[in-house]
Design a protein around this ligand. Structure first.
Ligand SMILES: [Zn+2]
Length: 232
C-alpha cells in the first residue's frame, strides 16, 4: 500500500535544497507558527520557538513553516527528481513477490510544490520505499552536506517529536510523520536509523494512528531496543 510520507519527507526536502546550494547550512528562519497553503491549515505543532529555525531545529521540531519557506526556492522539477533519486517511486526488491510502488507527481509549482515538500500531497510511498530513502541517508552520514540534517534527526529523537524511539545506550536518528490516508484514515510514521553516526540498522514504521510521535515512534523504539539488546 502507498501513503503520503508526511513529515518524514522533510529531511529529504532539506537535503535536496542543501545539495543544490539553494539553502545554506547556517541559514535561519523565525517560525511564525501559522501556515496556510491552498486553503489548508498546516500550523506548526511545536512549542513557540524561542530561537529561529535552522536546519537541525527545523527537522527536530518538524517545523512546517520553515520547510515551506525554504521550499519556495525549488526550481520546477527539482524536488521530484531528488525524491525519485531517493527511491520513493521505485520497487525496492527487499521482499519477495509483488510490491506496490509509490509515485511522485512532476511539474507541480507554487502551493502544490510546497505541499509536496511537506509530504502532504503529490507524493505517495510504501514503507519499503521510505526505508530505502532513509538507508540512503544512513549511508551518507559522513558527508558534510548531511551534517545539519543528521543533527536534526538526532535532535528529533533526543528532544523533538521522536523521543519515544530513544535508546539509553545507542544514539538514534529519526523522524516522525502524521498523515491522512487516501481512504480518509489517519496514519503514523517513523523512519530512522542507528547508531546515528555509524548506522547498522534502518527502520520504518507505519501504523494506523493520529501521531507519529505517539503511535509509531514507540514501536520503532521497541524494535531498536530489541535489535541492540545485549550490546554495551
Ligand atoms: Zn514552526
Amino acid at each position: 500500500m502507498v501513503f503520503p510520507p508526511g513529515s518524514t519527507v522533510k529531511p529529504l526536502t532539506l537535503l535536496a535544497l542543501l545539495e543544490s546550494g539553494r539553502l545554506r547550512a547556517n541559514e535561519e528562519y523565525l517560525c511564525p507558527g501559522h501556515l496556510t497553503i491552498a486553503g489548508r491549515s498546516l500550523n506548526c505543532s511545536h512549542p513557540p520557538a524561542s530561537l529561529p529555525m535552522d536546519v537541525p531545529r527545523t527537522v527536530a521540531y518538524s517545523c512546517n513553516c520553515a520547510v515551506a519557506h525554504f521550499a519556495q526556492r525549488f526550481r520546477p522539477g527539482e524536488l521530484p527528481q531528488a525524491l525519485e533519486r531517493d527511491g520513493l517511486s521505485s520497487q525496492t526488491g527487499l521482499l519477495p513477490g509483488e510490491e506496490a510502488v509509490g509515485f511522485i507527481r512532476d511539474g507541480l509549482t507554487g502551493p502544490a510544490c510546497l505541499l509536496q515538500a511537506l509530504g502532504e500531497e503529490g507524493v505517495q510511498v510504501t514503507a519499503l520505499e521510505l526505508l530505502t530513502a532513509y538507508r540512503r541517508l544512513a549511508n551518507r552520514v559522513r558527508e558534510a552536506v548531511m551534517a545539519p540534517v543528521l543533527a536534526g534527526l538526532e535532535g528529533a529523537v533526543e528532544f523533538g517529536t521522536a523521543q519515544a524511539a530513544r535508546l539509553e545506550k545507542v544514539r538514534v536518528a529519526g523522524k516522525t510523520g502524521s498523515v491522512r490516508t487516501l481512504a480518509g484514515g489517519h496514519g503514523a510514521w517513523f523512519a530512522g536509523f542507528a547508531p546515528s553516526r555509524s548506522p547498522e540498522v534502518v527502520v520504518t514504521v507505519f501504523v494506523a494512528g493520529l501521531s507519529g510521535g505517539a503511535d509509531a515512534a514507540p514501536i520503532a523504539g521497541q524494535l531498536l531496543h530489541r535489535y541492540f539488546a545485549g550490546r554495551t
